[in-house]
Design a protein around this ligand. Structure first.
Ligand code: SAH
Ligand code: SF4
Ligand code: F3S
Length: 439
């Protein structure tokens, strides 16, 4: 049987899809060339904002035609969306041709449920309300062998008041360090060069384990074969001085800091339950820049959180101008049912939110461009990923700061580290020339 996977949301979800692919291939299925050829289609959903949810509903609607043409087609829906109250029932009602619905906590049940479906032909809905202990026996089928994701922790216990993640991913649980180290050693032996450690708040890794995130980075930094270590996502509240020191001396740990600030206003940060002030955030970014030369800092910012006044928004703009982020993901606050912020007073009108995000993006774009222009003439180490999407005569890859670099090359140097001289900084990427091709 051939399968097709559609994934929405964050890297954690992308990585879950690698697990789903592993399950399916273990059952003897293989990847189809397109959804039209598939016997099984699985949609791995996200519900962090309604834009992600709407895409899933749109896709489910379009699958009706495929199911009519091929009634044997199996359609499955899993991921964060199904974990929300009432959503599995809603999907069943609106899209009765969906065969399997399962949640994030019982993803490992997919093979058993599929077999049950083959046997009985009866649609299945199984969503566990609570998470279980971590299951280490998972057959991950990675998309890429050079750049890989490794989950170090599951769930989130931070309860930022706007965020649905703790409700759909369960409480924070850390994998045991031995398991992570063994996995990364294996990956290093298999030729992997870059590892990204995944968790909703990696800085709080290891609670109750007597082994924290700094210890983990120190251990992973020694693993042969691995050349770069990245991690996502950091919480500014938990970024300790010790961690900065460890990163500064761990050569493989990249000097890219993704530190979601969300807002520059103390009033809004408090309402969001973020656990740090604007001043603490500014001090943290200064410390990082002082301790780690060439550090890049990126962020997530939200506008239009309930109660955000014009002055609060000005504080955000002011923080953006002070920190001068290399880049920022910007979001319009979106009500998530079941989160405290959804019921907060003073919800901001959509038109105001739109105006604010446009102002913010314009300011950040100027800064991003300036930052990228400032590195013209520098030589960056780039892990070559493949052909540039816009021009096949160019190859692309990322520098240590995770910026996309494109450069002309007719050589097959995919998967290798190269030194690239940056010649032109643009808004979203850097252009350069290959200095010497080692491979
Ligand atoms: N765990 C990470 C990322 C979580 S989701 C962290 O703590 O930073 C990624 C981003 O989505 C968040 O940083 C936030 O900016 C945005 N986001 C989360 N909930 C949102 C909501 N209800 N409306 C708009 N943006 C949201
Ligand atoms: Fe959501 Fe906050 Fe947890 Fe990030 S830290 S996943 S924003 S609750
Ligand atoms: Fe979305 Fe779930 Fe990730 S809600 S952002 S896929 S943790």
């Amino acid at each position: 049987m051939q399968y097709w996977l559609e994934t929405f949301g964050c890297q954690m979800n992308e990585h879950d899809s690698e697990l789903i692919a592993g399950f399916l291939e273990e059952m003897g299925c293989w990847l189809a060339v397109s959804p039209n050829n598939a016997d099984i289609i699985i949609i791995n959903t996200c519900c962090v904002r309604n834009t992600a949810e709407n895409k899933v509903y749109g896709l489910l609607g379009r699958l009706r035609r495929l199911k009519t043409e091929n009634p044997q087609l199996i359609i499955g829906v899993c991921g964060c969306m199904t974990q929300q109250q009432g959503v599995a029932e809603k999907i069943k009602r609106r899209f009765p041709y969906v065969d399997i619905i399962l949640g994030t906590h019982n993803l490992q049940r997919l093979p058993v449920l599929l077999r049950e479906l083959f046997d009985t032909g009866e649609p299945i809905v199984e969503v566990w309300a609570k998470e279980k202990e971590i299951n280490e026996l998972s057959p991950i089928k990675r998309k890429d062998g050079i750049k890989v994701w490794v989950t170090i922790m599951y769930g989130c216990s931070n309860y930022c008041t706007y965020c649905i993640v703790p409700y759909v991913r369960g409480r924070e649980r850390s994998r045991r360090p031995e398991e992570i180290i063994a996995e990364v050693k294996r990956l290093g032996q298999e030729g992997c060069k870059e590892v990204t450690l995944l968790g909703q708040n990696v800085n709080s890794y290891g609670k109750g384990l007597d082994f924290d995130f700094a210890d983990l980075l120190t251990a992973l930094n020694k693993i042969e074969g691995i050349e770069r270590i990245r991690y996502l996502t950091s919480h500014p509240r938990d970024f300790s001085n010790r961690l900065i020191k460890v990163i500064a001396v761990s050569q493989k740990v990249c000097e890219h800091f993704h530190l979601p600030v969300q807002s520059g206003s103390n009033h809004v940060l408090h309402l969001m339950n973020r656990g740090y002030s604007r001043e603490e955030y500014l001090r943290l970014t200064e410390k990082i820049r002082k301790s780690i030369p060439g550090a890049c800092i990126t962020t997530d910012i939200m506008v239009g959180f309930p109660g955000e006044t014009d002055d609060d928004f000005k504080d955000t703009l002011d923080l953006v101008q002070q920190v001068r982020f290399d880049s920022a993901y910007t979001f319009i606050y979106n009500k998530r049912t079941g989160t405290p912020a959804a019921d907060m007073p003073d919800q901001v009108p959509e038109a105001v939110k739109k105006e604010r995000i446009e102002t913010l993006i314009a300011i950040q774009n100027d800064i991003s461009l300036e930052k990228n222009k400032a590195v013209e003439g520098q030589v960056h180490e780039v892990l070559v990923e493949g052909e540039s999407k816009s021009d096949p005569a160019f190859l692309c890859g990322r520098n240590r700061c995770n910026k996309m670099v494109i450069f002309p090359s007719d050589k097959n140097i995919m998967g290798s580290m190269q030194m690239i001289k940056i010649t032109n900084g643009q808004l979203t990427h850097l252009k350069g020339i290959l200095l010497c091709s080692g491979k």
